[in-house]
Design a protein around this ligand. Sequence first.
Ligand code: ADP
Ligand code: ZN
Ligand code: ZN
Length: 729
Amino acid sequence: MPNKKLIVRIAIPVPLRRTFDYCYPAAAKPVIGGRVLVPFGRQQLVGYVLDFPEETAIESGKLKSIVKVIDSQALIDQALFTLIRWSASYYQHPIGEVFSSCLPTLLNKGEPASLTPEYYWHITEQGIQAKPAKNAHKQQQILQLAKTHDGIIESQSLQATAFSQADLKKLAEKGWFERKAKTEESGAKIKINPSSLTLNKEQHSALARIYAAKDQFKAFLLDGVTASGKTEVYLRAIEQQLTADRQVLMLVPEIGLTPQTLRRFEQRFDCPIAMLHSGMTDKQRLNQWLKAKQGLTSIVIGTRSALFTPFKNLGLIIIDEEHDLSFKQQEGFRYSARDLALFRANQLDIPILLGSATPAMESQLNVAQGKFERLQLTQRAADAKPPHYKIFDVRQRHLNQGISEPLQQLMQQHLDNGNQCLVFLNRRGFAPSLLCHDCGWLAECNRCDRNMTLHQQQKRLHCHHCDRQVFIPKQCPSCQSEQLLPIGLGTERLEEALQQMFPSQVIARVDRDSTRKKDAMKEIVAQLNRGDIDIVVGTQMLAKGHHFPKLTLVAVIDVDGCLFSADYRATERTAQLLTQVAGRAGRGQDKGEVVIQSHHPDHPLLVNLFTQNYQQLSEQILQERQAAQLPPYSAQALLRANANQLEKPMAFLQQVANLLNQYSQISVFGPYPAPMIKRAGKMRGQLLLQAASKKELQQVLNACLETVENLKTAKSVRWSIDIDPQEVF
Ligand code: ADP
Ligand code: ZN
Ligand code: ZN
């Protein structure tokens, strides 16, 4: 007998690909897109209401009732609700987990969905006159901070400083500061400060196309060489939306907007701009979420998860550096924010603008198939000329810590002309490994099959794959010798070597280690702009977005590692990275030069990249992909599994392979051990699935994954599925 009580279907954040049915009392009907508290096993969990089915397969006596309704109105609007449900189904991820990873933590904890007022501290007359004691450094600094910010210190931004709420409270007790609540007014006046730049022809025609599509779905690929004025196009497109009282969402890569670009936004638009970043507290995150939903924020700028921000009246989505890998989440709910943004724009019937100097192959194909419209900016704006490329053949040449003699001379020339050099090396730390000269012992991570990176400044060996850190041994653990040698070159070591080569120059380093402190990156960028730094050593953190007018030489000192890789995407990625980093050179008045050192100067990728342009190279890459039937000409999914012994994931994956092999629509490759077999103590295997189209792949997965989840061997491994995988290790 089917059960005909009042039934509600709920998504609960547990790792199961299913929904759960409960009943509810007639007097307390939940709402779709709202939260309820439900009993689950021995605990109570917050769930999200999906719908009200007529009947359930659960027997009447076993159907449990919800504990309480948390939201009396839908928390998640229809559009976001559809987006979340579609994401869960496309990425084949448990729906409850998708809801919880898309929404602010406090909502998942069942906290009320109400704005908490934000406060700021305002300096008083007494504070302005105050003369703190000589040794009261903190007081002096706080007063100084307030004085340089119109007398105001925002509670929210305290985190970015060395001060706490408690420090400010103390000063308020002295009568130096007052705490005031911010007033949030809807419909706050938006002021636009027009740009003084005259658009060039290409920018002009690009904008004309974007303007024409202002209230309909249309995907544009803004394909503009580095420094061609893409950001200026974004700003004007945003301007149009703000004038029409609509909101704008801009997604940026993980490394975030450069401080310069943010300043351009703030100067141009006098309106509430929300920057969503990882340093926010849970409360701030919830507040920003609610403010955007209520239409109190005009522009939301954030990394991939900002895609799930609700909006009252969204008019435009911009994806800056659309090719960037960080738009794909690589763990848990593995979604692509770029691809989901397209779904969202389509659903809302609004334009979407994908910008890049090095568009992804997927986007290039979308242009070819007429799904995207390409808008091209082929010239650098502001009179800057494209940089000149050189490949330095370093075979048989003496390398001083990776730097060849001709490169050193060339750097000297640029420095003598009063310009700056960027030395690019995509490997942080001092050296990629530590070796015993006497017995050959190598510092390997005991939890991964990879070497530990030597970080001399932090006096640590650090595994970049599982984050394990240990002190640098004084003696070889195997033979007790003290002859331990750093092997290879990392940014720390390169910085040290350059300082010896150029003793009178100021050298800075930009990588994850050197920029860990709040505002460290901002500080280095400011110094580079002021010309206080002569040489900057950096990883890919420096490759994107930055604009340093005095930087004229970019040197890529070790490209060889990028040229030979088993991953079919390596060519695309290397081309993108090199084009981006090269794009930092010569953005000001002086012409830029790019030097690439290689032991393989005739490698077709290098030759093609510099004799042709990225566009021509990508046509070749696309042809190769088509010939091999690789994405974007086919669809892939990667099943990963791990356990303490390799046999377990392999047995599980073999069973999955047997199951999937029954479907003619897909090809199954593997199972095989992952390229990095052992990681964080787990042995890993994988299975690659490929179909001619995304649709066919989805059909098969929809038909099978529940069976896969219930396989006996599935219980003894951790497994996940990655749709449209970007990385295969
Ligand atoms: P991109 O985003 O393509 O790297 P930007 O928008 O940052 O390029 O522009 C590069 C530089 O050129 C910036 O300093 C910008 O102010 C300037 N610029 C952009 N458009 C124009 C224009 N039409 N005329 C003059 N300068 C411009
Ligand atoms: Zn030894
Ligand atoms: Zn490790």
